[in-house]
Design a protein around this ligand. Structure first.
Ligand code: SF4
Length: 445
């Protein structure tokens, strides 16, 4: 008798962009694995390829166009290959202009529609097993590779419409998860050995609970739901570190600033500023000015003097004169940032800036300003990291190679030290003996 064995199907996911996209890819992994599919690192071995796209920069979209052309070749060898594009591109592509530039793409859907994947895939390939999912994609539990460090999305979309930003166009308006589902997921993660949770949201500190009755009576915060949520997460046994990104300066009220002192809060905050000039900030629709941002940083440092601070900056926004750019340089120095993600402004179709302003700073000038900030950042980072020499930091170990362990300190500084494979996924104390711009070296205590 001949025994028929079922063919194993494979998927390959390529993720572009931010941590939110990475977390969404983990949800898609979870869906595909529930359909009995296995992951492959090799696109040529895959039956399904998913590109989770990012639209924040033009270069990220170009990479998706390039890859779709490459996959056309794979389709010639494997006509059953299913190529999908999800994420920000389909999200913002209301008129289908971007889709026209993609070749050989079978499924093109915004992130929230990932729950339709089993149905659509099984229609395209009847050998694939459909499964039932709830309508809300956030109820899909992400398949995390690193159990010790996980993302937890608490909010999607954004109502702010900063004039340069595609996120509200791509991900829609702000939607917050219920408090209960967040706490359930966090407890579940803790029970699986999660030590560090990173809360994700476009304006994470604007979180509003639709079910506030799940806040404990003993919660010390009274006004800000995000501060209350941080306190609740601090009570979960097993979780050792809580990290969140990205907050908006407008919502850094006294309660959220106070929550920076909660015991499990990491000693780092990433607070995007985008520009140091108030006129540019107004043109960006950031809803705060230079003084407000500086004041907020002062309040944070008054509460937690040794906290490491990161930011995002865009150089060369429409109308940014040299004088206005210098305001960003002085703000950078005043804030003494530990790290900054600097970007050259690039026009994104559909945004207010693309429609109403002129992209009037030349590519060369944007590049020059970008280097000015990069050089400044490197100088400051080097200076600030020297302070750690001789000190002890706690490190969550995430890499091991050739008897060397690596991980992030609570300040989000990269630390390397001699260690063992068993240290992976644990938090250890390391005494720092050497520091460079982007790395600290030390010995485990
Ligand atoms: S706050 Fe502004 S930059 Fe951030 S996601 Fe919303 S629109 Fe974009």
């Amino acid at each position: 008798m001949k025994i028929m064995t079922k063919k194993q199907h494979f998927y390959h996911i390529i993720t572009f962009g931010c941590q939110m996209n990475k977390n969404d890819s983990e949800r898609m992994e979870s869906i595909l694995q529930s359909m009995d599919l296995k992951s492959t690192e090799m696109p040529e071995n895959a039956d399904i390829i998913i590109m989770n796209s990012c639209s924040v920069r033009e270069t990220a979209e170009r990479r998706v166009y390039g890859k779709s052309r490459n996959f056309l070749e794979l389709k010639k060898k494997n006509p059953n290959l299913i190529v999908c594009v999800t994420g920000c591109m389909p999200g913002r592509d209301k008129k289908g202009g971007l889709k026209k530039r993609l070749h050989g793409v079978d499924l093109y859907f915004p992130t929230r529609d990932m729950v339709m994947l089993p149905k659509w895939l099984s229609e395209l390939n009847p050998n694939l097993r459909p499964i039932d999912l709830e309508k809300d994609y956030l109820t899909v539990v992400p398949r995390t590779k690193n159990k010790a460090q996980t993302f937890l999305t608490i909010q999607t979309g954004c109502n702010h419409f900063c004039t340069y930003c595609v996120v509200p166009h791509a991900r829609g308006t702000e939607g917050n998860r219920s408090l209960k589902s967040i706490l359930d997921e966090a407890r579940d993660l803790a029970s699986q050995g999660c030590l560090e949770i990173t809360l994700l949201g476009q304006i994470v500190n604007h979180y509003i609970a639709s079910d506030p009755e799940f806040f404990s009576k003993t919660n010390p915060y009274k006004k800000n739901d995000f501060a209350k949520l941080l306190w609740e997460l601090n009570q979960i046994e097993g979780v050792e570190r809580i990290h969140w990104t990205a907050p908006h300066p407008m919502y850094m009220d006294d309660e959220v600033i106070d929550a920076l002192t909660l015991p499990k809060q990491i000693n780092f905050i990433h607070l995007p500023v985008q520009s140091g000039n108030s006129e540019i900030l107004e043109k960006m629709n950031r809803r705060h000015d230079r003084e407000f941002y500086l004041e907020t940083i002062k309040k944070i440092r008054a509460k937690k003097p040794d906290i490491a601070i990161g930011t995002d900056i865009i150089v060369g926004f429409c109308g940014e004169t040299e004088e206005k750019f210098q305001d960003t340089v002085t703000l950078f120095k005043e804030c003494d940032f530990d790290i900054s993600y600097n970007a050259k402004y690039s026009e994104r179709s559909g945004t207010v800036a693309a429609k109403a302003f002129t992209d009037d700073i030349s590519k060369e000038e944007k590049k020059r300003r970008w280097f000015v900030l990069q050089d400044l950042m490197v100088d400051i980072a080097y200076k600030k990291n020297q302070v750690y020499v001789g000190k002890q930091v706690s490190v969550l170990v995430d890499t091991y190679k050739n008897n060397t362990c690596g991980g992030n300190s609570s300040e989000m500084k990269r630390v390397n030290f001699p260690g063992k494979k068993e240290n992976l996924g644990t938090i250890v104390s390391v005494k720092i003996n050497r520091a460079a711009e982007w790395i600290l070296w030390g010995d485990m205590l």
